[in-house]
Design a protein around this ligand. Structure first.
Ligand SMILES: Cc1cc2nc3c(=O)[nH]c(=O)nc-3n(C[C@H](O)[C@H](O)[C@H](O)COP(=O)(O)O)c2cc1C
Length: 141
């Protein structure tokens, strides 16, 4: 029983590049043991993350992440049962921000900023798909 979950949140001001690296390091250390894969994007103070894996593992991890004091306004965007993973290659991949160019953002939203709070979950998912297709997700599992 696999599920895919996507949420968006707002980082607290103290979150900087080092904190992001620490979150990614922790994710890569923890996720393989529970069979969770996914991708994390951080842009303009906004987190956008996809988690895939067994339903219990994903639900448990999401609840833990949602109560993390490094972000607020955690909003569930997509929760779906899936037959197969899309982001199986990453225990927690990272979006290469230099690939998150204005044209790609404009393709899916009204303005060239990452704002998952104002577009549908499916639009944010399409953006992730495109980032993956253009090899813009870095970080080996
Ligand atoms: C935006 C964001 C994404 C996170 N993603 C993950 C994740 O994918 N896996 C994970 O184990 N922890 C993730 N964390 C960290 C968890 O909230 C929590 O601090 C961590 O899982 C605790 O692990 P520990 O009990 O091994 O110290 C994330 C935190 C934030 C703020």
């Amino acid at each position: 029983m696999l599920v895919r979950l996507m949420y968006a949140s707002r980082a607290v001001p103290a979150v900087d590049h080092e904190e992001l690296i620490a979150i990614l390091r922790k994710s890569k250390a923890n996720n393989p043991a529970v069979g969770v894969t996914g991708v994390l994007c951080f842009s303009g103070g906004i987190f956008l993350q996809v988690l895939e894996g067994g339903r219990s593992a994903v639900n448990k991890l999401y609840n833990r992440i949602a109560s993390d004091s490094r972000h607020t306004n955690v909003e569930l965007l997509v929760y779906e049962e899936i037959g197969e993973r899309r982001f199986a290659g990453w225990s927690m991949g990272q979006v290469n921000m230099s690939r998150l160019n204005p044209a790609l953002l404009l393709k899916y939203s009204e303005r060239a900023t990452l704002d998952p709070f104002s577009v549908s979950g499916q639009v944010s998912m399409a953006l992730f798909q495109e980032l993956m297709a253009t090899a813009s997700i870095v970080g080996q599992s």
